[in-house]
Design a protein around this ligand. Structure first.
Ligand code: PMP
Ligand code: GLU
Length: 396
C-alpha cells in the first residue's frame, strides 16, 4: 500500500523515547525521562505576552510565506549581533521549526543519488530526511578522544563526484561537541575547493559552555555564499511547541526553499512569529539564565555518569546532552538473564530496572553510547543517576 520510500524510514527515535516515557508515567509508572531534547523551562513571560498581544491585534491571518518582514529583520539583527553575519530579510526563510527548515533545504537542493556527508554521531533526522528524497547520507566518524570534533581529512576522503552537501552541527546533538575553529576552517576550505554546500545547524548556539560559538559562515565570503545557517527558537527560548525555525543563506536558494514551503505549509503560525520577534529582539537575560542552569546540571550529570561502573562520559562543551560510552556493560547479564549486547539492550535494561528513559546511541550512529538529555531538574538528574548506578551494580 505505502510508497517505497517508507520501507526504509525510521520514525524519530528521540520523539519515540519521549512518548514512551510519557505513556509509562500516565500508567502510573515512575519513569525519569532523559529522552527529550527539550528545555524543561517554560517559555519566558515576555514572549508569551507578545503572542497574546499579537492575537488581540488581529495577527491571525496568513502571512508572507517566508515570514513577516518584522521577524526576518529581527533575525538579520540577531545574526549580526551574535554572529557578525550580514544578511538581508530577502536572505531569510522562517519555517515550522528547524526540522522543517532542514527538510525544505533538502527538497530544494538534493536530487536522488546525491550524497550528503554527515559527521557521526549525528542527530537522527539528518539521514532520514535525505533518504526520503532518494538522496544518500554518508556518515563520517568522529572520535570520543577529541570530544567528537570534526575530522576534516576523513570528510575529504569521503567526497565523491555525487557529494553535494556537508552537515555541520555545533554545538552538537547528541555528543555536545563544540567544533574547534581550526577544524571548522578546514571543512570550510574543503567545501570551497570541492564546490560543496554546507548546512550549519546552530540550533544550540546559546548553549555553548566552553569555547565560543563560531558560525562557519563567518569565515569569509567564499564559504558564506555556499552555507545555509539554520537556527531555531526552540532551545534558546524554551519554545519547542511554538515551531519557529529559520534559515539564512544565498538568496536564490532561500527563494527556492520558500517556493517549496509555499506548496507544503505556507507560513508558520502568525502568532508564533510575533512571539519570535520578541524572543530574538527583546532582552536576552533569560537565555543566559537558562544556559547557566544547564551548565550547572552538565557537571552534575557527567560526574554521576563517570561514577557508574562500566560507564565513561567525556565532558560535553555545549547543547544539553551527555553521551556516555556504555560499552563496558556489554556482555554483562541482567537479573532477568538477558545479556546486554548493544545500546538498545542497555536502554531497555535501564527502562526496566532503573526506570529511566535514555535514547540508544545506535539511532545516532554509535552503538557504544546512549544519550541522556540533562534538560531536566538537578533533583531528577541526581535521582535518575542514583537509580542507574544501583541497577548497573546488579549486573553479573
Ligand atoms: N537540529 C538539531 C541538532 C536538533 O537537535 C533539533 C531538535 N530539536 C532540531 C534541529 C530541530 O528543532 P526544531 O524543529 O524544534 O526547531
Ligand atoms: N531534537 C530534539 C532531540 O534530539 C527533539 C526531538 C527531535 O526533534 O528529534 O531530542
Amino acid at each position: 500500500m505505502l510508497a517505497d520510500r517508507l520501507k526504509t524510514l525510521a520514525p524519530s527515535a528521540t520523539l519515540a523515547v519521549q512518548a514512551k516515557a510519557k505513556e509509562l508515567r500516565a500508567r502510573g509508572i515512575d519513569v525519569i525521562s532523559f529522552g527529550a531534547g527539550e528545555p524543561d523551562f517554560d517559555t519566558p513571560a515576555r514572549i508569551k505576552d507578545a503572542a497574546a498581544r499579537a492575537m488581540r491585534a488581529g495577527h491571525t491571518k496568513y502571512t508572507e510565506v517566508p515570514g513577516i518582514p518584522e521577524l526576518r529583520q529581527a533575525i538579520c539583527t540577531k545574526l549580526k549581533r551574535d554572529n557578525g553575519l550580514d544578511y538581508e530579510p530577502a536572505d531569510i526563510l522562517v519555517s515550522c521549526g528547524a526540522k522543517h527548515t532542514l527538510f525544505n533545504l533538502a527538497v530544494a537542493l538534493l536530487n536522488a543519488g546525491d550524497e550528503m556527508l554527515v559527521p557521526s554521531p549525528f542527530w537522527v533526522s539528518y539521514p532520514e530526511q535525505v533518504r526520503l528524497l532518494g538522496a544518500v547520507p554518508v556518515t563520517v566518524t568522529t572520535d570520543e578522544a577529541t570530544g567528537f570534533d570534526l575530522e576534516p581529512a576523513r570528510l575529504r576522503a569521503a567526497v565523491t563526484p555525487r557529494t553535494k552537501l556537508i552537515v555541520v552541527n555545533s554545538p552538537n546533538n547528541p555528543t555536545g561537541a563544540v567544533f574547534s575553529r581550526e577544524r571548522l576552517e578546514a571543512v570550510a576550505q574543503l567545501a570551497v575547493e570541492r564546490d560543496l554546500w554546507v548546512v550549519s545547524d546552530e540550533c544550540y548556539e546559546p548553549l555553548t559552555y566552553e569555547g565560543r560559538h563560531l558560525s562557519i559562515s563567518s569565515f569569509g565570503p567564499e564559504i558564506k555564499q555556499r552555507t545555509i545557517v539554520v537556527n531555531t527558537c526552540s532551545k534558546a527560548y524554551a519554545m519547542t511547541g511554538w515551531r519557529i525555525g529559520y534559515a539564512a543563506g544565498p538568496r536564490a536558494l532561500i527563494r527556492a526553499m520558500t517556493d517549496v514551503q509555499s506548496q507544503m505549509t505556507s507560513n508558520p503560525s502568525s502568532i508564533a512569529q510575533w512571539a519570535a520577534v520578541e524572543a530574538l529582539a527583546g532582552s536576552q537575560d533569560d537565555v543566559a539564565k537558562m544556559a547557566g542552569e544547564f551548565d550547572r546540571r552538565r557537571h552534575i550529570i557527567v560526574e554521576a555518569l563517570n561514577a557508574v561502573p562500566g560507564v565513561s562520559c567525556v565532558m560535553p562543551r555545549g547543547a544539553f546532552y551527555a553521551f556516555p560510552n556504555v560499552s563496558g556493560l556489554f556482555g554483562k547479564k541482567a537479573p532477568d538473564g538477558t545479556t546486554l549486547r548493544g545500546s538498545v539492550d542497555v536502554t531497555a535494561f535501564l527502562l526496566e530496572h532503573a526506570r529511566i528513559a535514555v535514547v540508544p546511541g545506535l539511532d545516532f550512529g554509535s552503538d557504544a553510547h546512549v544519550r541522556l538529555s540533562y534538560a531536566t531538574s538537578a533533583e531528577l538528574i541526581r535521582e535518575g543517576l542514583r537509580r542507574m548506578d544501583a541497577a548497573v551494580r546488579q549486573l553479573a
